[in-house]
Design a protein around this ligand. Structure first.
Ligand SMILES: Cc1ncc(COP(=O)(O)O)c(C=O)c1O
Length: 404
């Protein structure tokens, strides 16, 4: 048997289940978001993107684009090294200062993605704090799960968004041990938001450290885009806030913020920080401009909220079921991987609407969904077109409707 045959057998099984991932080959054009072109074997098609995590369109914001172009001209393309060996640049330090200020913390530390920041920070905390226990929300992101696993620390899973279960689980652990409560603010696939005040209160009562992933909230929540913790007035009560530069800030990279000692500890011991080339300076420059803009501008957040509400109302008008949550993420559950892929394909082919199907293992089997993320740059006409297209498909596929 050749190795390729071994690979192919597993790929065939994935295809059989309907869980094989097919990427849309997009041509994004600067300044035209959320419009783009989709390339297939049959040619090119103009489409509207409805599943982007460039939530506010900042990846195409003229000031952000200009910052990246200008910094590339000034500083060149790559950082030229790891942070330790010639790769630290004035743009990195300026961005770390901007991020520490955003979250009201003493310090910040950049990573090459949000995934790497979670993986590196949690694996280092769990491995280096003697006899640590990490208490992880049941629906935490893969990057947190992998970081915790890699740390080899004891792990306790608490029921999703359930502070009482967290309280019970913390009560059963020796208070002399370091305990880290790891959770997210906005959960990306269901769009639900953690009961943060209650979680923080429980952690504080037990003397546990808090680790918060705000990847799907930074830029969009809070008066300066500091996330749900800022909106709730809780930033100062959370020990470590982690985020991404790749979603609402429209760029690339990840970070943690916290005390000077905490960031220095991760900087000094995390292999995922130390042994990799630093972010390109131009990416750091662009991200800093994006963050600074969203600290003072409410326009993008206000318009995003309006368009989210408008799409929810349009779906309600047709009885298209969508999960009720307080965030900007609208999950439309299909509940079958093959149907989910088919609906997505027809939306693209017949209506020029691109919503990627979300299947297992990203979500549990039986909850396959279309995850729709309206942004400030979607027009009312585009929203009406999407809702009408879904209505046509719901009719064609005889899918269940929601009665008001
Ligand atoms: C909750 C959560 N944390 C972290 C990440 C990783 O962030 P990045 O895309 O910057 O690697 C994601 C990615 O989608 C995420 O959903």
């Amino acid at each position: 048997m050749t190795y390729d045959a071994l690979f192919q057998a597993q790929l065939d099984a994935l295809k059989e289940e309907g869980n094989y991932r097919i990427f849309a080959n997009l041509e994004r054009r600067c300044g035209q978001h959320p419009c783009a072109a989709s390339h297939t074997e049959d040619g090119m098609q103009e489409i509207t993107v409805w599943c982007s995590n460039d939530y506010l369109g900042m990846g195409h914001h003229p000031a952000v684009v200009e910052a990246m172009v200008e910094a590339t001209r000034d500083a060149g393309c790559g950082a030229g090294g790891t942070r330790n060996i010639s790769g630290t640049n004035v743009h990195h330090l300026a961005l770390e200062g901007e991020l520490a200020d955003l979250h009201g913390k003493e310090a910040a530390l950049l990573f090459t993605s949000g995934y790497v920041s979670n993986w590196a920070a949690l694996s280092t905390l769990g491995a280096r704090l003697p006899n640590a226990v990490i208490l992880s929300d049941a629906l935490n992101h893969a990057s947190m799960i992998e970081g915790i696993r890699h740390s080899r620390a004891d792990k306790v899973i608490w029921r999703h968004n359930d502070p009482e279960d967290l309280d019970r689980k913390l009560s059963a652990i020796d208070p002399a041990r370091p305990r880290i409560v790891a959770f997210e603010s906005v959960y990306s696939m269901d769009g639900d938001i953690a009961p943060m005040a209650e979680i923080v209160e429980v952690a504080e009562r037990h003397g546990a450290m808090t680790y918060l992933d705000e990847v799907h909230a930074v830029g969009m929540y809070g008066p300066r885009g500091g996330g749900v913790a800022e909106e709730a007035g809780l930033m100062h009560r959370i020990d470590l806030i982690e985020g991404t530069l790749g979603k609402a800030f429209g760029c690339f990279g990840g970070y943690i913020t916290g005390s000077t000692a905490l960031c220095d500890f991760i900087r000094s011991f995390a292999s995922g920080f130390i042994f990799t080339t630093a972010l390109p300076p131009a990416v750091a420059a662009a991200a800093r401009v994006s963050i600074a803009h969203l600290k003072v501008s409410q326009a993008e957040r206000a318009r995003q909220r309006r368009q989210v509400a408008r799409l929810r109302a349009a779906l309600d008008g047709y009885g298209i079921p969508h999960q009720d949550n307080p965030s900007h993420i609208i999950p439309v559950i299909v509940g079958d991987p093959v149907k989910c892929r088919m609906i997505s394909d027809v939306l693209m082919d017949d209506f020029g609407v691109y919503v990627q199907p979300i299947n297992y293992p990203t979500v549990p089997k039986g909850t396959e969904r279309l995850r729709i993320t309206p942004g400030p740059l979607h027009t009312d006409a585009q929203i009406d077109h999407l809702a009408a297209a879904l209505n046509t498909l719901w009719k064609q596929c005889a899918l269940a409707r929601q009665v008001a």
